[in-house]
Design a protein around this ligand. Structure first.
Ligand code: MG
Ligand code: ZN
Length: 181
């Protein structure tokens, strides 16, 4: 049987979002409580997969290799703190290229489901943007919003929390209410 997973957006969820993009490891700052949250998710036995839009690559602000090295370091620090990141999937394209992998597109979620044998319908996607919520709904995942919810998020009844650490109990609640299959 396919496994379930918690998909995490990166900027604004794991690390502090920068308006000018995270272009190097020096600019990468873990969001308050996110390492603790990742450890708790690992304790819950959740597989954790990061799905992130990184148009900084398409804009020429960062190379694909530079992005991969940020993700390798991020994964190492998370593991050292007792958490886990099973895989990072990043869309490197600019919004105007119209690719299908930039959220709200779901190509990376479908790829993860195939490559890692994940059941999207038993999975949760945590993000801080409306595009994360839309991608989750389009892929059949349970969305969880972190940050200041806008009207659309509230309207759709998406569970919301100020940050990833406060979202962990919401994810636990989703898991408790899940119908066993
Ligand atoms: Mg984000
Ligand atoms: Zn893309």
């Amino acid at each position: 049987m396919s496994d379930r997973a918690v998909f995490l957006d990166r900027d604004g969820v794991i690390n502090v979002r920068r308006p000018d993009h995270v272009k190097s490891w020096a600019e990468f700052r873990f969001a308050p409580g996110s390492l603790c949250a990742l450890r708790r998710l690992a304790t819950m036995g959740e597989r954790v997969v990061v799905i992130t839009n990184q148009a900084a690559v398409g804009r020429g602000l960062l190379t694909a290799a530079g992005l991969a090295s940020i993700h390798a370091l991020m994964t190492d620090v998370v593991a050292a703190a007792g958490g886990r990141i099973d895989r990072v999937y990043a869309c490197p394209h600019r919004p105007d290229w119209g690719c299908g992998c930039r959220k709200p597109g779901i190509d990376l979620l479908l790829l993860a489901a195939t490559e890692l044998d994940i059941d999207l319908r038993r999975s949760v996607l945590v993000g801080d943007s409306a595009t994360d919520v839309l991608a989750a709904l389009a892929a059949g995942c349970q969305p969880v919003f972190v940050g200041e919810p806008d009207g659309d998020v509230l309207l759709r009844g998406v569970p919301s929390a100020p940050d990833l650490l406060s979202a962990v109990p919401l994810i636990e609640a989703v898991r408790r209410s899940a119908v066993p299959c």
